[in-house]
Ligand binder design. Structure first.
Ligand code: MRU
Length: 348
């Protein structure tokens, strides 16, 4: 039982834990219009692929709730402009598009059935809430599926935050950690700090510490040394999109970790719900990589760390080739190479 939540519908508003303020402040934002919600996704108030999907689904419900439309067709037009805005927030996490498509199919069904505008509003809200609830259940199933990969005593290295904060609740990579703990395994976590936005230091450490799961934060450049010293047994990360061939897009730095794991003969696991697997994207080369702005790289906290006028690069994600991935854990079971076959089999 946690005393906090990532995203929720409450009395006509989408309520988000403001992840930019963690770990020092636990504050919630109440968003009552789609533009503010879209900006909250862009500004990383809420982040992590499944959580972005959940938020977008609630965003569609919010658009319908706020729309003054009296006819189904007018309501559908308002929902479509919200969909279009939300789809422009972040390009890499496929869960965003998956959730928007699911909400779109639900609306189409209601329109085809001749539902009234008030009925459509109620149905869209119900569907979005169901999607969020299902996400928690999916993470729990995924966690259970991954327990067999985590021997007692494991020291688990993770990157970014693929926890309850990145999902409707429980988490993917951290869902496997939680399920291992619930199964009685003694495990500990090494959380990569994850420059530049520090999801590992600020968020992974926060939620694991809240649950009493042993966690130590390392800076990203310590991973190779600690692996060499024999201080990590396996790596588990989340994913923003898994291509049909098993290539994985995840937070920048993941590819480097996968190379390090291979060099040190450690398993490299990816934990992702089926909604993150995108069979329509053939390989990692086809996954759009978000480029974010200068400030997150050029500043540490609010302090400038790059001389003015010197450009920075900021690809927010990278692609880990399938050949470096030991297994992909989903709520439907574990996929192994060749991923072209195993992922397609899982999804059908
Ligand atoms: O930029 P972010 O914080 O949205 O990136 C998040 C990640 O890369 C996560 O590892 C991924 O979305 C999986 S979350 C279960």
């Amino acid at each position: 039982m946690t005393d906090w939540f990532t995203v929720r519908w409450e009395d006509g508003a989408v309520v988000l834990l403001d992840q930019r303020k963690l770990p020092t402040e636990e504050t919630y934002l109440r968003l009552t219009d789609v533009e503010s919600l879209a900006r909250a996704i862009e500004d990383l108030v809420v982040r992590g692929a499944p959580a972005i999907g959940c938020t977008a689904a609630l965003g569609i419900a919010l658009a319908a709730d706020r729309s003054p439309a009296e006819t189904p067709a007018a309501l559908a037009a308002d929902v479509e402009s919200a969909r279009e805005r939300l789809a422009r927030t972040r390009p890499t996490a496929v869960n965003l598009f998956w959730a928007l498509e699911r909400m779109g199919r639900h609306l189409d069904k209601g329109l085809a059935n001749g539902s009234s505008a008030p009925q459509l509003r109620a149905d869209l809200l119900q569907e979005a809430r169901t999607l969020v609830e299902e996400d928690v259940g999916i993470c729990r199933s995924l966690g259970l599926a991954g327990v067999s990969l985590v021997p007692d005593g494991s020291r688990i290295l993770t990157h970014c935050n693929a926890g309850a904060l990145a999902t409707g609740g429980y988490g993917t990579a951290l869902g496997v950690v939680r399920a291992a703990v619930e199964a009685g395994r003694q495990v500990s976590v090494l959380a990569d700090e994850t420059r530049p936005f520090l999801q590992g230091a600020r968020l992974t450490a926060w939620e694991l510490a809240k649950d009493g799961i042993p966690v130590s934060v390392i800076t990203d450049n310590m991973a190779a040394h600690l692996m060499h010293q024999g201080e990590a047994d396996l790596v588990i990360v989340g994913a923003d999109r898994v291509a049909a061939n098993g290539d994985v897009a995840n937070k920048i730095g993941t590819y480097g970790l996968a190379l390090l794991a291979r060099a040190h003969d450690l398993p490299f696991y990816v934990a992702a719900p089926c909604s993150t697997i995108d069979l329509r994207t053939a390989t990692g080369a086809d996954i759009p990589i978000e480029e974010r702005g200068r400030a997150e790289v050029a500043e540490f906290g609010a302090r400038p760390v790059v001389p003015e006028g010197v450009p920075v690069r900021h690809p927010a994600f990278d692609i880990t080739p399938a050949s470096l991935v030991t297994a992909i854990v989903t709520e439907k079971g574990i996929a192994r190479a060749p991923y072209g076959d195993s992922l397609a089999a899982l999804l059908h």
